[in-house]
Design a protein around this ligand. Structure first.
Ligand code: HEC
Ligand code: CU
Length: 352
């Protein structure tokens, strides 16, 4: 009785774990809930391959079961040897032709999708956005050269349009992956730029991850794609182009401290990817450094010792005292220059 109960319990624990670990159906993160053109294509390919696999599996299993039962050894017939057949043209043709057909069914849409995903026919056209993506240990930089905007961690794009990405890395190979909108693409160091495009169907905050092991904090190299309506996107661009980085009186000291200690790595306003994330719209970030809840306490802790959150990251610890960090934090939290995406951010999914 005990053994039986134990087995049942183990069964339930494993089932629950399986469900938990799959993280299945998490909105805005799952490739199984496509919310963009690229992920849609990939989802269809997955479904075609699964259908073919099931088809083959069921037929093979049916034949297997049939043979097992029909031709089993029967009582009293232990010495009986059935008629031996060697070579059967019809069968040989059938089991050569069927796999060829299955491979064609798989290959044609796959090749089509491959070309479709590489299609850049509208790139560079009037009104079509191209964004420069740079992967860094362990954060992402996004530059909008046509609009003279720079930002980090949160990538803003308009919905319903194809947005092209020119992608590179400042150090080692990373991989840019937003499962619910598109496939993934490596970012390479050197001149070996890769390109892809994003096309989000609906507004939302989509989770992105680095998908190429790149160092001790690789698993913390998260980012977000914030897709907003084209009108809101234009508003965001305007907001970003008209940033006034002047602090209020209370945060004046923080701004001075920031300019003396942090500005060298953290530009405000348009700037090429520097040694650290661009801070223009820091207070609009969904997370600090891509992974930490945005509160003043966490921000001060990060400034004093970033290592405790992201091992091996490139920001030096103890640049300022805790009091100074607190003043700088007051200043950084004033850097909210746009309301765009705020409602989308509120709807963001909870971390598991
Ligand atoms: C030597 C360059 C360097 C200096 C100087 C520096 N940082 Fe950083 N900082 C970085 C890097 C690199 C990161 C990205 C860390 C990561 O996420 O892996 C970072 C990340 C951050 C973040 C998170 C940014 C985001 O986009 O969410 C904050 C906040 C920050 N730094 C504040 C400061 C403050 C305040 C100072 C001055 C006291 C400072 N940093 C000085 C390099 C620097
Ligand atoms: Cu990485």
């Amino acid at each position: 009785m005990r053994g039986w109960m134990g087995k049942l319990r183990a069964f339930f624990i494993f089932s629950a774990l399986t469900l938990l670990l799959t993280g299945c159906g998490v909105d805005n993160l799952s490739a199984l809930k496509p919310k963009g053109y690229g992920s849609d294509l990939l989802f269809d390919l997955m479904m075609i391959s699964i259908a073919i696999m099931l088809f083959v599996f069921i037929i093979v299993m049916a034949i297997y079961t049939f043979v097992l039962i029909r031709y089993r050894q029967r009582k009293g017939q232990e010495d009986f040897i059935p008629k031996q057949t060697e070579g059967n043209k019809a069968l040989e043709v059938i089991w050569t032709v069927i796999p060829i057909i299955l491979l064609l069914v798989l290959a044609v849409p796959t090749v089509q999708a491959t070309f479709d995903l590489a299609d850049e026919s509208t790139k560079g056209d009037e009104g079509v956005t191209t964004i420069e993506v740079t992967g860094n240990q362990y954060w992402w930089h996004f530059g909008y050269p046509d609009d003279e905007i720079s930002t980090s961690q949160d990538l803003y794009i308009p919905t319903g349009e194809r947005v092209y990405l020119d992608m590179k890395s400042s150090d080692v190979i990373h991989s840019f992956w937003v499962p619910s909108i598109a496939g993934k693409m490596d970012t390479n160091p050197g001149d070996n730029d890769n390109t892809m495009y994003l096309e989000a169907y609906e507004e939302g905050v989509y989770w992105g991850h680095c998908a190429e092991l790149c160092g001790p904090s690789h698993s913390l190299m998260d980012f977000r794609v914030i897709a907003v309506s084209p009108e809101e996107y234009d508003q965001w661009k305007e907001d970003m182009q008209n940033v006034d980085p002047e602090a209020t009186a209370e945060a004046q000291e923080g701004q001075d401290l920031y300019e003396n200690n942090c500005m060298g790595c953290h530009a405000i306003g348009d700037g090429a990817a520097g040694q650290g994330p661009n801070m223009t719209n820091f207070a609009n970030r969904t997370k600090i450094a891509g992974v930490i809840e945005p509160s003043k306490e966490n921000l001060v802790d990060w400034i004093v010792n970033p290592e405790q959150f992201k091992p091996g990251n490139q920001m030096p610890a103890n640049l300022v005292s805790e009091d100074e960090a607190s003043q700088i934090a007051d200043y950084l939290m004033e850097l909210d220059h746009s309301d765009v995406g705020a409602s989308a951010s509120e709807a963001e999914v909870e971390e598991e």
